[in-house]
Design a protein around this ligand. Structure first.
Ligand SMILES: [Zn+2]
Length: 273
């Protein structure tokens, strides 16, 4: 009974909110190796048919619809597959997107790339052979020239929660922005916290980002973004191109949020007893 009640009221609230106030869901991709390209295409077709895909500029400028879910498409790290797969497909479907790049991963030799992937991107070094490699300088320019947004992701995919040296941390954030702006010739206004770590015990990361000239940052904390959401702690779904379309749809529309909040609610009920 309780299950049904909490589930129903939560779901009803979500629907009411969607009806009256524009909300946005942010989705995340990383590399797009050949085996996930078909699934990725299915995701994009779903988004184009059923949601209002907007750029980060549109989201922060309040240019949203209240009749459909607004969606911001994002990519992290800086993979070669972005220019081979993502850019042509997004252009074909007319969808905007933001690409968050660790500038230290751009324009490397094959050995340099392997080393960067092993030491900075992966927790499992054995997976390095499965990645499509890093972007070249011209690739990065092409992404911007095609009309997409490029954002910062630190020079070395820095663990911002662990970095205790403030100068080093500021360098990772500000130097990355400077390099990306130098390559693309455009201002870089948005940031993605590497591996979603947005809290440092000693340093207020949002302050460092603001001082570096950033206007917003995305986490990997699931949730709806709306007009009042702190632009330096934007919610983002940790989706992936290998995700089944059914699961992806649910994440985009927030269908699992009710279950998650119900679980939290039930935990609270049992703790009170
Ligand atoms: Zn990353």
């Amino acid at each position: 009974m309780l299950f049904y009640y909490l589930g129903y009221s939560r779901t009803r609230n979500l629907l009411l909110r969607l009806k009256h106030q524009p909300v946005a869901r942010f989705v995340t991709y990383h590399d797009l190796p050949p085996e996930v390209v078909g699934q990725f295409r299915a995701h994009l077709h779903f988004l184009r048919r059923n949601t209002n895909v907007v750029s980060l500029d549109d989201f922060l400028g309040g240019r949203l619809t209240s009749g459909k879910m607004n969606v911001v498409i994002t990519f992290d790290d800086g993979y070669k597959s972005w220019v081979r797969v993502a850019v042509p497909m997004l252009l074909e479907l007319g969808l905007p997107a933001t690409f968050f790049v660790s500038s230290g991963f751009v324009g490397l030799t094959a050995e340099g790339e392997t080393e960067f992937v092993r030491s900075k991107l992966l927790s499992q070094p054995d997976d390095s052979g499965k990645l499509t490699g890093g972007l070249g300088i011209e690739d990065l320019k092409q992404i911007v020239q095609s009309g997409f947004t490029v954002g910062g992701h630190t020079v070395n995919h820095c663990d911002l929660a662990e970095q205790g040296d403030e100068d080093r941390l500021r360098y990772e954030i500000a130097e990355d922005k400077r390099r990306l702006e130098q390559i693309t010739g455009k201002p870089v206004a948005y940031f993605a916290y590497p591996t979603g770590k947005y809290v440092n015990p000693k340093i207020r990361l949002a302050d460092v980002l603001k001082e570096s000239g950033y206007k917003g940052a995305v986490t990997t904390v699931s949730g709806f973004n709306r007009a009042g959401t702190n632009p330096f702690f934007l919610h983002r779904e940790l989706t992936d191109a290998s995700m089944q379309e059914r699961v992806f749809r649910a994440r985009v529309l927030g269908n699992y949020d009710a279950v998650r909040s119900l679980k939290r609610g039930m935990r609270r009920v049992f703790h009170q007893r």
